[in-house]
Ligand binder design. Structure first.
Ligand code: SAM
Length: 224
């Protein structure tokens, strides 16, 4: 089974010599790719359902690495030796709930997140808990954009604004052509929504988004 670009890009944020936990491991492909592309010292595959854990065990049966398969909710039974937590392929609200339940376990750990939706609400929660991006990227695969964040909990508060929630504190300054493509598509989408008065429930939010997108796209034009 070829590993997706999304999973490869997530694994790029895993450091060599890490002890990694994959929360919501499902098929186990993320740990499989992490082991193939990085030097991993230990892996904990966590899922709250038995069937995905069994699937992961089958997919990783030939891998010789110290690994544990844990049937558990989110970070409840995180092995204390873990230094890197990955949560990917879930909705932003579910990820927020998983983190909120065990916030204390994020101290001094690297956190890698790829949420499928509700990024603004997830980011608001992260920033309010002093968890800020060290690096962020956006990728495009099979008609979908994915934003991937590498974060750490910090000691001091950083101010943030709407742009930081919408495009990410780091991603908003990226020169990525994928970001440009994303902003162009979002702009088209929100301009269309704005035109359609019947759908127009939250004009203020739509206008805020349009302004951020136009500002970001201007940055790209000024660079060429
Ligand atoms: C859509 S899959 C994502 C799989 C993989 N992480 C990826 O990015 O391709 C979501 C997985 O998370 C698991 N899951 C959902 N809620 C969970 C929770 N609270 N704790 C642990 N696993 C959870 C589901 O059982 C499922 O296997």
């Amino acid at each position: 089974m070829p590993v997706s670009k999304r999973i490869k890009e997530i694994c790029e944020y895993i450091n060599n010599n890490s002890r990694v936990a994959d929360i919501g491991c499902d098929h186990g492909y993320l740990i499989l790719e992490a082991i193939a592309s990085k030097k991993i010292l230990y892996a904990q595959l966590i899922d709250n359902k038995i069937a995905p854990l069994e699937k992961a065990k089958t997919n990783l049966k030939n891998i010789k690495l110290n690994m544990d398969y844990t049937l558990s909710d989110g970070l409840d039974d995180l092995n204390p030796i873990i230094d890197t937590v990955v949560i990917a392929g879930m909705g932003g609200i579910l990820i927020k709930e998983i983190l909120q339940k065990n916030l204390v376990k994020l101290e001094n750990r690297n956190l890698i997140i790829q949420a499928n939706n509700n990024l603004e609400r997830l980011r608001e929660f992260l920033y309010n808990n002093l968890i800020y991006p060290v690096s962020e990227k956006i990728i495009f695969e099979k008609s979908y954009f994915y934003q991937i964040m590498y974060l750490k909990k910090e000691k001091t508060i950083k101010k943030y604004n709407f742009e930081d929630l919408y495009l990410g504190m780091k991603l908003k300054n990226s020169n990525s052509v994928i970001l440009k493509k994303y902003c162009s598509m979002e702009l088209k989408k929100y301009e269309k929504i704005k035109e359609d008065v019947s759908e127009n429930k939250d004009i203020e939010l739509i206008e805020k988004k349009i302004n951020v997108l136009k500002k970001t796209l201007r940055r790209f034009i000024n660079k060429t």
